[in-house]
Write a protein that binds this ligand. Structure first.
Ligand code: SDX
Length: 385
């Protein structure tokens, strides 16, 4: 309660701790990020998505044998059941791909061997299955959106090589697959962000893991969260010519419109993931298309301007979503797939947090401070004006 006796309301749970966790540390002041104690810079440089998934799920880096066994489970789980392919075929060109993803993931529970088994071992198996399946589902949605048909996964490829193979129907360029693997690593986990929190709220009622992550997918779709990468690229496309950048940004800010890809509830400095993505974007410039080069010029001018205007003064800096678009364009991925790819990466974070929370579960039930009318008497409809 405040001195006036009114409750202390934290809009959007700003500054509220909901649990203890040992999965991820986000240092918003220093602009540092750690998965299970390892800095994102070291993981981005040395690891792979498969290894990072093992680290986030089990809390330690795997030995070579552990990683090989884990990877075999991921590979074996890649093929999609016919009904899931039917769901994708039915919806992929009728709605947003995030909606099709939500439907397909919900349908996966129909193939679960024992939905009543809520043991940690069963949920670990479900997590590995979901990590693998979301890669195949998202790639297949993209394939159907481009007029293609389901392709059986390739067991000899890495997670992101197979993703691009199932998306495009041909073996990917190794560099593209490595770049996509980096994006998967950077998007894998981020503490109690809106979609992870949404997952926890659903799972805190002891609903199953499919229901919980479906809630996470729904929350990720919004442009204030996972949808920002697509929105940021749309803005760059709308700017079109680098020389239009400053006017576009000024007009947007004057109109109180938010510049997508900037700002963060926790980072009050440069998002360390944006730093890594920007470095990789700059490193691949020379043999890039004119389109990617133009997008990069626009992004750099927008970045300079936003940091000058709102960086130091308001703590509004580039976040993970800002430079992601030009990277995905350089890999040949269409913008409607950006947020589904975010989901296919973040599935490991959602599952890990859900299993951790279930160890000390308490249903989420916050309060609202009622400010509406009281003590009204019922009026029969004949007497209402
Ligand atoms: C992700 O939480 C996570 O960890 C998320 C994520 C993850 O890995 O899971 O990091 C991924 O979602 C990154 C964020 C992607 N979203 C965007 O880029 C959308 C644009 N950003 C904003 O909508 C906003 O910055 C948020 C949603 C990211 C944070 O919102 P907050 O903390 O609620 O901040 P706010 O909206 O209350 O803004 C405070 C002020 C406001 O001005 P006033 O009304 O006080 O005058 O800052 C302004 C805002 O208008 N502001 C911006 C801005 N972001 C905030 N102004 C212009 N452009 C922006 N991008």
């Amino acid at each position: 309660m405040t001195e006036t006796g009114l409750p202390q309301i934290s809009q959007g749970l700003d500054g509220i701790y909901i649990a203890e966790s040992s999965i991820c540390k986000v240092d918003g002041i220093a602009g540092r990020l750690y998965y299970r104690g390892y800095s994102i810079d070291q993981l981005a440089k040395n690891s792979t998505y498969e290894e990072v998934c093992y680290l986030i799920l089990y809390g330690k880096l795997p030995t070579a044998i552990e990683l090989a066994e884990f990877n075999k489970k991921l590979v074996d789980a890649r093929p999609l059941p016919p009904m899931i392919i039917d769901v994708i075929n039915e919806f992929a060109n009728k709605q947003d791909p995030m909606d099709t993803l939500r439907s397909a993931v919900s349908s996966l529970s129909a193939y679960d061997t024992d939905m009543n088994d809520s043991s940690e071992a069963a949920n670990l198996d479900r997590s590995i299955n979901l990590i693998s399946k979301l890669g195949s589902i998202v790639a297949t949605i993209g394939r159907y959106m481009n007029g293609g048909k389901y392709i059986e996964p390739n067991p000899s490829m890495t997670h992101t090589e197979n993703f691009l193979y199932m998306l495009n129907g041909k073996a990917p360029d190794k560099k593209d697959a490595e770049l996509l693997d980096l994006m998967f690593v950077l998007h894998a986990e981020h503490s109690s962000n809106a979609s992870t929190f949404s997952t926890l709220v659903a799972g805190s009622t002891l609903a199953d893991l499919y229901s919980a992550v479906t809630s996470g997918i729904a929350a990720l779709k919004g442009p204030l969260h996972g949808g920002a990468d697509e929105a940021a690229l749309k803005m760059m496309r709308a700017i079109g010519n680098p020389d239009n950048t400053e006017k576009y940004i000024n007009d947007a800010l004057a109109g109180k419109r938010k510049i997508m890809g900037f700002g963060h509830r926790v980072y009050k400095t440069y998002d360390p993931r944006a730093t890594i993505i920007k470095e990789d974007l700059l490193a691949l410039q020379e043999n890039q298309s004119e389109d990617v080069k133009t997008l990069t010029k626009i992004a750099l001018r927008a970045e300079t301007m936003m940091i000058e205007k709102l960086g130091k003064s308001h703590g509004i800096w580039p976040n993970i979503d800002f430079f992601a678009g030009p990277i995905y364009v350089s890999i040949g991925i269409q913008m409607e797939m950006f947020t589904p790819i975010f989901a296919a990466s973040r599935i490991v974070g959602w599952c890990s947090h859900m299993m951790e929370y279930w160890k000390n579960n308490r249903i989420f039930r916050p309060l609202e401070y009622y400010v509406g009318p009281s003590g009204l008497d019922y009026v029969p409809i004949k007497e209402r004006k």
